[in-house]
Design a binder for this molecule. Sequence first.
Ligand SMILES: C[S@@+](CC[C@H](N)C(=O)[O-])C[C@H]1O[C@@H](n2cnc3c(N)ncnc32)[C@H](O)[C@@H]1O
Ligand SMILES: Nc1nc2[nH]cc(C(=O)O)c2c(=O)[nH]1
Ligand code: SF4
Ligand SMILES: [Mg+2]
Length: 264
Amino acid sequence: MPVNATEPSDGKRADVEHEGADSDEPSLPINELFYSLQGEGTLAGVPSVFVRTSGCNLRCWFCDSYHTSWEPTHARMTVDEIVAEVESYDANHIVLTGGEPLVHEESVTLLDRLSERGYHTTVETNGTIFRDAPIDLASVSPKLASSTPTPETDPKGDGEWEDRHEERRIDVETLAALVDAYDTQMKFVVTDDGDLEEIEELVSDVRATADEPLSDTDVLLMPEGATREQLDETRERVAQLAMEYGYRYTPRLHVDLWNDAPGT
Ligand SMILES: C[S@@+](CC[C@H](N)C(=O)[O-])C[C@H]1O[C@@H](n2cnc3c(N)ncnc32)[C@H](O)[C@@H]1O
Ligand SMILES: Nc1nc2[nH]cc(C(=O)O)c2c(=O)[nH]1
Ligand code: SF4
Ligand SMILES: [Mg+2]
């Protein structure tokens, strides 16, 4: 269901409580909650319930979830309300995404409750924040230099987020901690050939820092594109790059199937 998104947020707990969220109960700012197919990564095609939190610590210029980052909106739901909504769907796989779901410590509470009920959990994260939680698949998408919003690419202002995004986007220690703690896929948004040099260097740095291995088939190249038309420009080249470098290609099934319509 599309959640009635009313409360603006910037990745911080809102200071106003709203109907439907008891102030004593753990709650999360939810932008949307829906049932679809996992569109990305090694579980692509698996029917899944998506829980999308609002608020992010980065500002990728290409963010396909603009209303969780650049202009965040949400309704506050208690963890109990979220779990009840999840349980109304006949699915075993839950994808917690955002925005950046790990900016919220209540995401751990939600993951605990889902795990207790036997759900498989995937967390889509930008890899800048580590939290100890029952995560079955950490779907980590480190943000490359090509994601940084410059005055030319900024979708909202004049590049006010450029320095903050640039300082925060990569933390090798955090990426290595995620690899060590969880079954991890590393999913890079590729805009053009120039991204591969940074990917190779970053993968090498993470391998040097982590104790657990990160195989080439756990490194995924995903074409940039929020619409079918944009993907038409990128997907074939990114597929070629995956073959050239020996990494895995991931499609964006929800864009191919439904052109990234809300609730897909
Ligand atoms: C909206 S993000 C939310 C989770 C987390 N903040 C992150 O970036 O991983 C979900 C996924 O969409 C990807 N993504 C966002 N905008 C995209 C675009 N224009 N093209 C391709 N992938 C995109 C992100 O890299 C991430 O893998
Ligand atoms: N179908 C579908 N699959 C997805 N996999 C990751 C998504 C995300 O936004 O994190 C996503 C999404 O938005 N839709
Ligand atoms: S990190 Fe994820 S949610 Fe945040 S701006 Fe980038 S793509 Fe969007
Ligand atoms: Mg998405």
